[in-house]
Design a binder for this molecule. Structure first.
Ligand code: MRU
Length: 340
C-alpha cells in the first residue's frame, strides 16, 4: 500500500494521519499529539470513515494519557467530534474500559494497538464471507462513498470486498458513486482502486437507477456508520437512493458492517442522530462557488436505508439476513448467522 491512513509513532507520542482532504492530488501527513487536535481532525474530515475515526479516537486517548490531560475531558471532546458513526463511541467505550482501571499511557497504547490490528482482521473476515455472494467469473459492483483502506486501518469493508474479488481472479467492474458533496467516491475510492488495478468507473450520484436498468450490475456493496438493532442502516447521504434503485431493478443490496458498527442500543433508524454539516460543502467546490451568493443549502451528511431494502449485512462472523432483529440478536449472542 502506497499510503498509510493511521500510524501511531510511539517514540514521539504522535498520531500520524493522512490528510484525506488533500487527496487525490497530494499525499500529506499530519502529526497530532493532543486529544483536541485529534478531535478536530475527525470533525474536519482529515480522517473519515467509521472504523478509521474509531481507531483515531482511541489514539486520541493515548495522546491524552501521554500529555497528562484529564482522561474524562479528553473522552468528552473526542466523543463530540462527529455524531453518526457509532464506532467513535464504541472505540472510546473500549478505551474507557481500560483507563478506569489503568490510566497509564502504556495500557492505553496496548489497547489502541489491539483495536488497530483487530480492524484489519475484521475487514479480512468480512471480505472472505462476502465471496459467497459475489459471482464467480465476472462481477459488476455498485459502491457508494469510500469504504476502503482510507476509511479503515487497512483493506476496508465494502471496497475491501471489491478489491478481494479482483484479487481472487474475478473479472471485476465497480461503478463508484461520486458521492456529493465531499466526493469520497471520486476522490478516495477511485484513488484506491486505481492503485490496486481494479477496473472502475466514477458515475454521478443520480446515475445509479439508469445504469442498473440499462447495464448489468450484479450487486451493490456499501459501508455503514451505524446499524440499528432492526437492521436500519445509516450511511453516507445517497445510500438510501442507491438501495431504492437496487430494489426497483432486482439488484441485491449488501451492507458491509463490522460488529463495532452495529449498535443494538439504537432500536431503529429513526433513533440515529444524522450529522448536519456546513452548507458550504454543498455550495462550494473547494473555493469555487457552485451556486449564486445568498443561496442556502441543507447538508445532511448521512441517510438511513430501511432494513427491508437490505439483502444482507456482511459481518466478520458471516452474512446476516432478515429478520434482522432476531438474527442480529443471535449474532451478538455468539450463535452465528446461519447459512448465507
Ligand atoms: O462522512 P464520511 O466520509 O466519514 O462518511 C463515510 C461513510 O459514510 C462510509 O461509507 C462509512 O463510514 C463506512 S467506512 C467503512
Amino acid at each position: 500500500m502506497a499510503f498509510r491512513t493511521i500510524e501511531w509513532i510511539d517514540n514521539t507520542g504522535v498520531l500520524r494521519l493522512l490528510d484525506q482532504r488533500r487527496l487525490p492530488g497530494q499525499l500529506v501527513y499530519l502529526d497530532l499529539s493532543t486529544p483536541d487536535a485529534v478531535a478536530e481532525a475527525i470533525t474536519n474530515m482529515t480522517v473519515r470513515g467509521a472504523p478509521a475515526i474509531g481507531v483515531t479516537a482511541a489514539y486520541g486517548m493515548v495522546t491524552a494519557a501521554r500529555r497528562g490531560v484529564d482522561l474524562r475531558a479528553a473522552d468528552a471532546v473526542l466523543r463530540a467530534a462527529r455524531p453518526t458513526a457509532v464506532n467513535l463511541a464504541w472505540a472510546l467505550d473500549q478505551m474507557r474500559g481500560i483507563w478506569t482501571h489503568d490510566p497509564s499511557a502504556l495500557a492505553l497504547t496496548a489497547k489502541a494497538r489491539a483495536m488497530e490490528a483487530e480492524d484489519i482482521a475484521v475487514n479480512r473476515a468480512i471480505s472472505a464471507h462476502a465471496m459467497a455472494v459475489v459471482p464467480q467469473g465476472s462481477a459488476t459492483f455498485f459502491h457508494h462513498c469510500n469504504t476502503g483502506s482510507l476509511a479503515t486501518v487497512d483493506l476496508g469493508t465494502a471496497l475491501g470486498i471489491i478489491r478481494t474479488a479482483h484479487e481472487s481472479g474475478r473479472k471485476v467492474l465497480a461503478y463508484l458513486d461520486e458521492t456529493r458533496p465531499r466526493l469520497q467516491g471520486a476522490k478516495l475510492s477511485a484513488f484506491e482502486l486505481l492503485q490496486y488495478g481494479v477496473p472502475h468507473a466514477v458515475v454521478v450520484d443520480g446515475a445509479s437507477a439508469h445504469i442498473m436498468r440499462t447495464r448489468h450490475v450484479d450487486l451493490c456493496v456499501v459501508g455503514c456508520d451505524r446499524v440499528a438493532a432492526n437492521g436500519d442502516t445509516a450511511n453516507k447521504i445517497g445510500t438510501y437512493n442507491l438501495a431504492l434503485a437496487a430494489a426497483d431493478n432486482g439488484v441485491p443490496f449488501y451492507v458491509a458492517a463490522p460488529m463495532s458498527t452495529i449498535d443494538r442500543a439504537t432500536l431503529t433508524g429513526a433513533d440515529i442522530d444524522i450529522e448536519e454539516r456546513d452548507p458550504d460543502e454543498v455550495l462550494m467546490l473547494d473555493s469555487t462557488p457552485l451556486a449564486p451568493a445568498g443561496t442556502t443549502a441543507l447538508n445532511l451528511a448521512f441517510d438511513v436505508t430501511p432494513a427491508r431494502l437490505i439483502t444482507g449485512i456482511i459481518t466478520e462472523r458471516g452474512i446476516i439476513r432478515a429478520p434482522y432483529v432476531e438474527n442480529l440478536a443471535r449474532l451478538f449472542a455468539g450463535k452465528g448467522p446461519g447459512s448465507p
